[in-house]
Design a binder for this molecule. Sequence first.
Ligand SMILES: C[S@@+](CC[C@H](N)C(=O)[O-])C[C@H]1O[C@@H](n2cnc3c(N)ncnc32)[C@H](O)[C@@H]1O
Length: 272
Amino acid sequence: MDDFLRANRLNWDNRAELHATDTTGSYRIAAVLGGGSSLHALEAGEIGDIAGKDIVHLQCHIGLDTLSLRHLGAASVTGLDFSPAAIAAARGFAAKAGTEARFVEASVYDAAEALGQTYDMVFVTWGAINWLPDIFRWAKVVASLLRPGGRLYLLEGHPMMNQLEARDGHLDIEFGWRTPLADPLAFDDVQTYTGDERALSHTRCYEWIHPLSDIVNALLQAGLSLDFLNEHEVVVWKAFPFVVETGEDQFELPAGMPRIPMSFSLGATKRA
Ligand SMILES: C[S@@+](CC[C@H](N)C(=O)[O-])C[C@H]1O[C@@H](n2cnc3c(N)ncnc32)[C@H](O)[C@@H]1O
């Protein structure tokens, strides 16, 4: 693991501890422990039929969506994350909920060896691929985890939105559209994004913006076919200070501001 990913892991260990004891309601812990779901309306409406499917959730964080997929009818669920604190929390939540799930600690790039099996579905959502330097390598991992005919569901913040910073009530283009592999964007957030007031001790993290065309081309080259590509005007976190909440944990730009895509989703199927 290189220095960028090592720094990110420390940052995510730190965040996982705070999120596992979340008091802001952002993670819908009570709903999942009660046998329900933490999925937002957007992904719940798009994932399609998961009944009886074996699903792997990459970058599962503290495992709440992983457990939710099982509660929604998946035959088996596996969560993978490189943060030991996140995996420990996920296992704790599975035990508390009484939900069968496998949680594996590994980098996404080592997923095939760490998991040792294939799946009907790879599930990746909200703040995952921006932590990965090489999107083409990621797509090969996704392909290696899918059985022929198996599906990827990906839902992410839109790369165009990720280029912008809010300043004086408007949006400036702050970052380039394609972050070089060896020169990531560096951030030092003193708090996590849930509104939790506790301070992070490992503030440094590194991120990469991947163009939509790279994401799609990487999947096509890895042997998947595109089923759909959607762009949405909403996102599930307060991406900018002036966004307005238009649904449960659903935010968009205020009326009068030019619309931009705030998130995107795609479905892709592994070719036989
Ligand atoms: C914003 S969270 C993803 C949230 C997720 N959608 C959920 O279900 O809560 C990002 C996660 O990616 C994980 N992560 C970041 N880089 C990773 C890598 N290289 N390999 C595996 N996990 C990684 C972090 O530990 C963190 O748990």
